[in-house]
Ligand binder design. Sequence first.
Ligand SMILES: *[C@@H]1O[C@H](CO)[C@@H](O)[C@H](O)[C@@H]1NC(C)=O
Ligand SMILES: *[C@@H]1O[C@H](CO)[C@@H](O)[C@H](O)[C@H]1NC(C)=O
Ligand SMILES: *[C@@H]1O[C@H](CO)[C@@H](O)[C@H](O)[C@H]1NC(C)=O
Ligand SMILES: *[C@@H]1O[C@H](CO)[C@@H](O)[C@H](O)[C@H]1NC(C)=O
Ligand SMILES: *[C@@H]1O[C@H](CO)[C@@H](O)[C@H](O)[C@H]1NC(C)=O
Ligand SMILES: [Fe+2]
Length: 454
Amino acid sequence: MKNWYSSYHQVLAFLSIFFFILHLTQLQHFQAAGAAEYVRPPPRRIISTTHNRPKSHPQQVHISLVGSDHMRISWITNDKSVPSMVEYGKVPGKYNASATGEHTSYRYFFYSSGKIHHVKIGPLDPNTIYYYRCGGVGDEFTFKTTPSKFPIQFALAGDLGQTEWTASTLAHVNKTDYDVLLLPGDLSYADSQQPLWDTFGRFVEKYASRRPWMVTQGNHEVEAFPILKINAFKAYNSRWIMPYQESGSHSNLYYSFDVAGVHIVMLGSYTDFDGDSAQYKWLQADLAKVNRKKTPWLVTIIHVPWYNTNIAHQGEGESMRKAMEDLLYKAKLDIVFAGHVHAYERFTRVYDNEANPCGPMHLTVGDGGNREGLALMFKKPTSPLSLFQEASFGHGRLRVLNRTHAHWTWHRNDDEHNSSISDEVWLKNLSVSEACKEAAEEDQEPSNAVNDEL
Ligand SMILES: *[C@@H]1O[C@H](CO)[C@@H](O)[C@H](O)[C@@H]1NC(C)=O
Ligand SMILES: *[C@@H]1O[C@H](CO)[C@@H](O)[C@H](O)[C@H]1NC(C)=O
Ligand SMILES: *[C@@H]1O[C@H](CO)[C@@H](O)[C@H](O)[C@H]1NC(C)=O
Ligand SMILES: *[C@@H]1O[C@H](CO)[C@@H](O)[C@H](O)[C@H]1NC(C)=O
Ligand SMILES: *[C@@H]1O[C@H](CO)[C@@H](O)[C@H](O)[C@H]1NC(C)=O
Ligand SMILES: [Fe+2]
């Protein structure tokens, strides 16, 4: 038994090194463009979060929104006999409700996951603190449900990873209250080394078990074995189930949800998006259902930015922009958030590569703190479309105050203790703008339209 175990671990170690080298060969090494004008902080070490609880106890607990008044509780146990059951209530230690859900597990070459539980609980009251326990054993967790009306506050951080910088980002996010975390892709940076998905799940648990984390996938989630293309999104789709079925999507890689007057569309940069793709058809149907009276704000989240003046990842989002920008512009989209580029950038309202007061504002927040470091170089001269660029780690906050006003701030990580606001802007609901009422339909030149940026 001992011998078997040690050779098993040797094989694992070998595979880890193999996958790591494989990953290095696939990386687009924008760090090479490192003749920086500013002294930016280098990447910091990976934190490896271990499991110190008994085998039957929950680990990697995270929660996500399902419909208007349910929450999905996801967690993993090494002990396969633990039931997929969650007890919950409004009083600590007193659970007067419970729900049973489903479970899954997966294999990735020689790796075998624990039992992955997904349990939908509810109906829940809005803006309310709940206490819960997973599988009938172990620690009590707590979360707050989202408000049903404005105001609502979103935290945004992309390209997270699990380094000391990620810890700093998440600590800053947690310092001020917020309702939902939106993650525009690139979660664990496991890059096929499956145990890193487990360490990531433990790393984020103290935050992701308290507030819903709504995520979309990035290139680091693909994990397809080259050439054979097998195993794509296996870990991501098993561990991070999002409410795709509830939004009429057939794929966990794109979905939408409503929260307190905001309709959020999560798109997949790494699945088909052309005019005849399932994703495009789903998006078309989803946008047709949006009721701007109920959800005056329309926000889209993608991984690869469609507008980007960083040297890193130039042009990578172009084919998706060409395929989908028109559809979203016509739907009067307010904001597009993206990740992928490890820096912060804010654009003016734009459509088809031109400033357009009736187009969405584009923001890149791929600066959560992963091990690859920052994308330091922006193109010179600066494009007039790009109003702010900064290559630092940090996070963003979108406070939607009411039907007409939202406030965006971007927070740079000064260090593990402090962060400071480096950029901010007010936004007004697009559909309030008289000048844009007809613009989308007739594609006319929007003359003297309101300038939403103060
Ligand atoms: C955004 O714009 C107009 C103004 O009300 C509404 O008709 C839309 O539903 C939406 N929200 C607003 C303005 O409240
Ligand atoms: C549980 O108790 C809360 C009050 O603490 C109450 O609002 C809720 O309806 C109860 N739920 C059930 C299922 O009894
Ligand atoms: C996050 O913030 C809450 C509320 O202030 C606090 O109770 C909790 O301990 C914080 N979590 C961490 C890991 O710092
Ligand atoms: C919406 O919020 C903004 C900013 O706080 C405020 O100026 C405006 O009056 C509010 N509008 C309504 C209808 O409450
Ligand atoms: C962080 O901010 C606090 C309060 O603003 C300040 O007292 C402290 O010196 C700062 N810490 C660092 C390391 O800059
Ligand atoms: Fe990425």
